[in-house]
Design a protein around this ligand. Structure first.
Ligand code: ZN
Length: 248
């Protein structure tokens, strides 16, 4: 089997504005997320791309050679050019996997593919998050116990305005009492999409062993299942002979 080709896309803005974020992610959040995938999927080819690069690092040729794209964005969603969103959407419909993390719930590409507002409630109160596995047989839950906890995270709560997921893998509970559908799977066209909630920039979430495991599992799950190119070919050459019908 050919090695899985993964690109971790990072908005790469908080890291340069907030010293607290830079202290946790000195090389950028995307670099830490990529390191976690490399650690757990050593056979994969894992690269990174950022908003600041030409075409946000997502040229036609780069995307053509990408099996799974991982996405972290927050304050610069509006700076992602629509022509790049079009390009990523086309590749997902063809079969490229997409793993969207945390505040990527409001990324243009996520809202485009799901077709809803993807709004939610939130609170920054340094609270504990408990992620329950609600689908123990799912490949994305492999290696995870009944639940795992993050001692400090931002809260995301329901209602989460997404289309009903095809598969639900995790549900989060927060210390303040809210719950949230924190691990969700969809298919759009031929592409698999996995949304995973944790990862607020001021917490060391992407250094967490369980979070890294879930992201790596999500990347593996989202690997292309085949290619489906957008075309409407004429089928004049039918596989069976069609008997001419006489009028009347
Ligand atoms: Zn956040």
């Amino acid at each position: 089997m050919k090695p899985l080709r993964v690109v971790v896309w990072g908005e790469n803005v908080h890291e340069h504005k907030n010293p607290a974020v830079a202290a946790i992610y000195p090389e950028g959040m995307h670099a830490t997320i990529a390191a976690g995938i490399r650690e757990l999927l050593p056979a994969a080819e894992v690269g990174t791309a950022t908003l600041q690069e030409p075409d946000h690092g997502l040229t036609e040729s780069r995307l053509a050679e990408t099996d799974v794209l991982v996405w972290w964005g927050h304050m610069a969603h509006g700076q992602v050019e629509d022509r790049i969103v079009d390009r990523v959407q086309k590749r997902v419909l063809e079969g490229m996997g997409l793993v969207v993390l945390h505040s990527g719930h409001y990324a243009k590409i996520f809202k485009r593919l799901l077709g809803t507002t993807c709004s939610l409630t939130w609170r920054e109160a340094d609270e504990r998050e408990r992620l329950w596995v609600c689908n123990p047989g799912h490949p994305i839950a492999r290696g995870i116990d009944r639940y795992f906890e993050l001692p400090r995270e931002e809260m995301y709560g329901e209602p989460f305005a997404i289309p009903t997921p095809d598969e639900q893998v995790f549900i989060s509970w927060f210390e303040g009492g809210e719950v949230f559908r924190s691990g969700c799977c969809w298919t759009r066209g031929n592409g698999r999409i996995f949304y995973f909630r944790p990862g607020h920039e001021t917490y060391p979430t992407y250094h967490d062993r369980n979070v890294r495991r879930v992201i790596a599992n999500g990347v593996e799950w989202a690997r292309p299942q085949g290619v489906w190119i957008d075309s409407c070919p004429n089928a004049n050459e039918s596989p069976e002979k069609i008997t001419p019908k006489t009028a009347g």
